[in-house]
Design a protein around this ligand. Sequence first.
Ligand code: FES
Length: 223
Amino acid sequence: MVSNEDPKLRPALSGAGTATSPADPTPEEEDQMMRRRRFIQAGIGVSLVLTVGGLSALSVTGGLRPISKMTPDREPPADGDELVLAAEQGTVISPGDIAVDSGMIMAYPRDPASQVVKSGTVDNLILIARFDPANLSANTQPQAADGIVAYSGLCPHLGCTVSIWDAANGWFHCPCHHAEFDPRDDAKVVSGPSPRPLPALPLKLSGGSLLVAGSFLTPVGAG
Ligand code: FES
């Protein structure tokens, strides 16, 4: 049985600015490294919370969620939205915060005009990771921004939160029934019972900022 105690499933702590750092980093490089570490740690914190509380708080949402009124914080991601850390919703994610092969970050979209974080529904939970662009599949490259990819955080199997980073393979892992998804290749299912890939969310860079470039490309949630 796989658990997040398994070393191969622990989120990657290395690579957060350490892999290519020179022996004596400048103060600016040290600042960047510290910021990246904070991002990775924030992502891990959310992952562990969601793994433990997933079934009661955020999981199995497909088919069980009550009908509720649309409010600004429940609007789906839209073109031009910023991305903020799920664990620190005042912290906007910028490209420099995400090192290549550094693991998974959980995020929500934020409307830049109203500053509303769209965290009122788990449907808007987003998984972000960064890879060498050359390692992305041809299908994935058009929706990526300089190697950064984004997908829905809800498992298409039964709607659990995909909350674990499989560091050994660089895959997203669903703790409920162990579906795994390859974020380098359109989040295709590489193992487990999910009937389809995680929905992709297109990204873009604008003026050095990381922004959403459209809607989820396929329906979010179970089924
Ligand atoms: S809900 Fe994700 S594998 Fe079943």
